[in-house]
Write a protein that binds this ligand. Structure first.
Ligand code: ZN
Length: 102
């Protein structure tokens, strides 16, 4: 199994600090842009894959919050360990709010 991602995904600089996907054993690539942050590994399809998400720069700015550049890595590693998301699009705008509480 290999990566099947759009070209925007690339390995993070601190890739050693990211856990391997429990399903495909690949380190995640990341896509960070103004409106969102996503991980991509070997799972799923090119346009629909599991993994972690993190709040965007724009979302942080709109709510007057602090942008955490490390949030995506935290969310990914948490998801690998627990299969639960710390944060997910459409649930809440606040990082670290449990999915069940959204
Ligand atoms: Zn995977």
């Amino acid at each position: 199994m290999g990566y099947d991602l759009i070209d925007a995904f690339d390995f993070p600089e601190d890739v050693d600090d990211w856990l391997e996907c429990p399903d495909c054993s690949l380190k995640p690539k990341v896509w960070i842009f103004d409106n969102g942050r996503f991980t991509g590994c070997g799972c799923g399809s090119r346009y629909d894959h599991p993994g972690a998400q993190a709040e965007s720069i724009m979302s942080c700015w709109r709510r007057g919050g602090q942008y955490d550049s490390d949030a995506l890595r935290k969310n990914w590693n948490h998801w690998v360990n627990t299969r639960e998301h710390l944060w997910k699009y459409g649930r809440t705008n606040v990082i670290n709010t449990p999915l069940s509480g959204g």
